[in-house]
Every structure is written in C-alpha cells, then in structure tokens.
Write a protein that binds this ligand. Structure first.
Ligand code: ADP
Ligand code: MG
Length: 331
C-alpha cells in the first residue's frame, strides 16, 4: 500500500481510442470505461486525482469532418477544436469514472473543465511548425487543392515547405503528406486555481485535455485563442506544479521507458534522476513524437521536487509502489 498522494494522471490516446479501432462512440465509451476502472482503483486507494488526456485521434477526425463539409459549414480553428474534444472526451471520462467510482462505493463528483493554456505568441515553434496533425494526403490531393485555389499556397512538393490553403504540410514516412502545426511551450493554465479548488472540495477534475486550448494573454489581461496545439504531457507537467501535486503519472501503451528501444540491446529503464534523463534526451535516445515529450515532462516535474512515473494503465498501482514502470525523481 502506497501513501496517499495527489496525482496528475496523463492518459494517452490508447486509453480513449484503442489502436486500429474505427472510433465509434460505443468503442470509445468501452475503452474509456476500462481506463476508468484503473483510475477508480487509485481513488479507492486514497489518492487524489487530476485527470488529463490526449486528443490527437479525435481532433484528426474533426479535421476530416470539417474538410468534407467545408462548403456548407465554416471550419473552426484549432483552439476551438481542442475545446470540442475536451467536451467529448471529458464527458465520457466524467460519466464512466463516475460509474466506476460508484460501483466501488467510492462515489465522488467528477467534473470535466474546458481549460485554456497560455502560450507565448513569439514562441519559436510558430516559425517552424512541426507537430503532425490530422489525415494523410497524397501529393495529387494537395496539387488538386492548389489548382482549385481556395486560399494562399506557396512552395511545393520539392521545396522545403508546402503551404496549401494557408496550412503548412510536410512529407512523412511512407511518402504521404500531413499538416504540421506549431506546438509552443505551455506557460500557464488559466483555470489552474479553479482546478486546485475543485480538488480541495473533493471533486475529481478532468482538465487540460489535448494539452489545453492554446491562448495568448495580452498586456491588459485579455485572452485570445491561437492556431496551435500544446503537447499534453508538457501541460500535465505544468499542471503538476500548479496544483502542488506530488506525482505525475503518465499512462501510455508501454509498461516502462526502454533504453535502446527497438534494438537488440533494448532494456528497461526502471528509475533515473532528472539529470540522467536530460543527458539521454540530449543524446537523442527518445523520439520527439512519442516518448521524448513524456521523458521531458517527467524531468521537469522531478527538477521541481516531484516524482514522475511512466507506465501502462494496468501497471499503474504497481508503478506507484515502485514495483513496475519507470520512476524519475531526484536521487
Ligand atoms: P500516448 O498516446 O500515450 O501519448 P505515444 O504514442 O505518444 O503515446 O508514445 C508512446 C509510444 O512511444 C509507445 O507506444 C512506444 O512505441 C514509443 N516509444 C518510443 N521510444 C520509446 C522508448 N524509448 N521506450 C518506450 N517506448 C518508446
Ligand atoms: Mg503522444
């Protein structure tokens, strides 16, 4: 039995939409229910949870819907799409976590909160968008859209950048093209105080989904949405500090972080200090699109005196007790 802790849980995409699933509402509800059984066990063990989650597949599907209906319905920008996914995923989590808690006799209010995250409009990420988002396109499909001329286009398939209808695209492994969007660093969570107050009131908050709706804060304090996405693991690390949580628990589809991942020399990394993982990150040990941001988020939490644990949903309790997963903490 581990001592009760205040834990920010970051749920990976797989906990909401299983890999290879079509993604119907019933499929997502069933997958979310399984994740919530695991989360309810943590609450029943006495931990205080803040739940955050990814939204990549869901926002990708909305972009497909928008493209299909663009002549009839105006498209929404990325900050609004993030809010929509916080609504749909947050709703499923609040319903299914509520059900799972009730079944365990550990009933608590679960509240999904639309959450804004402040970014710097001068963040270098805006000059070089590199976060792939949404459906894959062939070169022919993009050429067709350039010829139809709906919006500004520049560059092309052989140039360094290809802008089509005002959006930047990049060729990905396999030869198809994907939209790339800026992923600036999260600086503040606008609703951070409200989340802390919900915790004090015994509520389980579901917040900062998809890394939060990115907003810029002007000098007079007003907020305005920006066209970007924020990495959910980075926002989870920030949230861990803002609500003074002891632990960031990153739940993904592998049991632990590996060194030499995918090679013959692959071996589990059971524990490390932030300095050790910063060195590994600098050596390029972890890919930017998957394990890199998780390890960086873990290092950030550990550098501020907290503990970060990276594991899979079914090993969560064991990992919190140090019997599984990867733990990053000051040595
Ligand atoms: P999530 O949806 O949970 O954010 P990601 O796909 O972004 O998940 O990241 C998890 C994936 O990272 C794993 O499925 C695994 O394939 C990959 N991965 C890359 N490098 C490593 C590593 N060094 N150790 C473990 N997994 C790794
Ligand atoms: Mg990810």
């Amino acid at each position: 039995m581990t001592a009760p802790a205040r834990i920010v849980v970051a749920l990976g995409g797989n906990a909401i939409l299983a890999k290879g699933a079509r993604g119907s509402a019933d499929e997502q509800r069933a997958t979310v229910r399984r994740a919530c059984d695991g989360l309810a066990a943590l609450v029943a063990a006495g931990h205080e949870l803040v739940v955050t989650h990814g939204n990549g597949p869901q926002v990708g599907r909305m972009l497909i819907q928008q493209r299909a209906a663009q002549l009839e319905v105006p498209s929404m920008p990325l900050d609004v799409l993030d809010a929509q996914t916080q609504g749909q995923i947050g709703y499923l989590l609040q319903q299914q976590l509520g059900n799972a808690l009730r079944e365990r006799g550990a009933q608590r209010p679960v509240v999904a909160l639309v959450t804004q995250v402040v970014v710097d409009p001068d963040d270098p990420a805006f000059a070089s968008p590199d976060n792939p988002l949404g459906p894959h396109f062939t070169e022919t499909e993009l050429e067709f859209r350039v010829q139809r001329g709906d919006g500004d286009s520049s560059g092309g398939p052989s140039a360094a950048a290809w802008v089509v209808d005002g959006d930047a695209y990049r060729k990905v492994d396999g030869g198809t093209w994907r939209r790339v969007v800026p992923s600036p660093r999260p600086l503040d969570v606008v609703e951070g105080d409200a989340v802390a107050r919900l915790l004090e009131a015994g509520v389980v908050p579901v917040c900062a989904g998809g890394g939060g709706c990115p907003v810029a804060r002007h000098d007079d304090g007003t907020l305005a949405g920006v066209e970007a996405v924020v990495d959910k693991d980075r926002t989870a690390a920030l949230l861990t500090r803002l609500v003074s949580a002891d632990t960031l628990l990153i739940l993904t589809d592998v049991e632990q972080v590996a060194l030499g991942y995918g090679t013959d020399a692959e071996r589990p990394l059971r524990s490390a200090t932030p300095a050790e993982v910063r060195r590994l990150l600098a050596d390029g040990e972890f890919p930017a699109g998957s394990m890199g941001p998780k390890v960086a988020a873990a290092a950030e939490v550990a550098e501020h005196g907290g503990r970060a644990v990276i594991t899979s949903l079914d090993r969560a309790a064991d990992a919190l007790a140090g019997r599984a997963g990867t733990t990053i903490a000051a040595g």
